[in-house]
Design a protein around this ligand. Sequence first.
Ligand code: 5GP
Length: 209
Amino acid sequence: MKEKGLLVVISGPSGAGKGTICKALLEKNDFWLSVSATTRNPRVGEVDGTNYYFLSKEEFQNRIKSEGFLEYAEVYGNYYGTPKDSVLSAVDSGKDVVLEIDIQGALQVKETYPEGVFIFILPPSMKELRQRIINRGSETEESLMTRFKAAYKEINYVSKYNYAVVNDTVVEAVKKIESIVIAERCRVDRVKENILDSKEGIIHEQLYD
Ligand code: 5GP
């Protein structure tokens, strides 16, 4: 039987560096990054189908009705959702899939897919987090404060996750996530069926072939 891939959910407050970490992680590893759908407008340089699937509110609502999302959430006034079928079929075919989503979405995935690997990315400090939100430059003073306050509250959700990774440097954070993935692939509850099946297969060959 072919082993399923891992569903690795990378989440955490805005400004913790999830996006940068995921980009670096994907450059070095053969992971499959799920492209989310969103109702927000594309930023300069963003490409439909690569960064996001940019949908109208109506298209997004229709996808919700047809149960096309593994999870979805409203984040800062816009909707974001993970396409269900493509993610589940990639995992079933043995690919390790990465979702980079907000905390509300991650908690929904945990309900429906508890065998996922839930990783919470933390900023090195709250001061650094504020600076990172400012450095993005795409925020107004008001949305900056909204994101900072939300991030402050969201850090409490770390206890719902399997792993906490502090983003001191991207290189170190990526190393930690790679180590988590290696360890998760060796978990007995993930591999025992295959080990026992192949043991039985060999015995069968010895006796009957
Ligand atoms: P941005 O608009 O800056 O690209 O993303 C805003 C927030 O939405 C980030 O925290 C990002 O992780 C989150 N996000 C992106 N895609 C999804 C998704 O499919 N589902 C959920 N729940 N959040 C998402």
